[in-house]
Unconditional design. Structure first.
Length: 171
């Protein structure tokens, strides 16, 4: 068995999901245009099964974040937690992975074939969910990127996310 197989043995299902999500985000950000197009087109294969899975992950991590937020409300009062500490705990409670999932969703909807966005909107509608949730998560993600020190690459990434949000809203 190869080195990768040995490393994956110790991972939980959640860790494996987070790792794969992180790799997809990295590919979307760093691939050359023709490779990026191939990656995005993967989301249309087999009747958009990868879009369906992406939304499953969105709802799974959204539920986890909502539970974390609820528990954190009580902790914040009892322990007098700062906003920064609360945000860090939310990130640990699934928010970081939710942000990555929603980043992928936003990117493939905004830059991929229109059928991807139609599928996302259809599933959100079937689940009585709102696009506003995704937009709010991504706005929070973009606004907190700048808190790390204000480098030029962070500003570029913020602009990229806000640009994807605009494209998502207008397509």
């Amino acid at each position: 068995m190869g080195l990768l197989g040995e490393q994956c043995k110790g991972l939980t299902k959640a860790q494996h999901e987070e790792h794969v999500i992180s790799m997809i985000v990295s590919l979307l950000k760093n691939c050359r245009p023709n490779q990026r197009t191939r990656l995005i087109n993967k989301f249309t294969e087999n009747d958009h099964e990868k879009v369906d899975r992406l939304l499953e992950l969105h709802f799974k991590f959204l539920e986890k974040v909502l539970a974390t937020n609820y528990a954190l409300e009580e902790q914040a009062k009892a322990e007098n937690l700062s906003e920064e500490e609360q945000y860090l705990r939310r990130l640990d409670g699934g928010l970081f992975t939710l942000q990555l999932v929603d980043y992928i969703m936003l990117d493939v909807c905004a830059t991929g074939p229109p059928s991807i966005k139609r599928r996302v909107l259809k599933i959100l509608n079937l689940r009585n969910a709102s696009v506003k949730t995704i937009k709010n998560i991504m706005r929070e993600y973009a606004s907190n990127l700048g808190d790390m020190g204000g480098s030029e690459s962070q500003a570029e990434e913020q602009d990229r996310i806000l640009d994807l949000l605009d494209k998502f809203q207008n397509t």
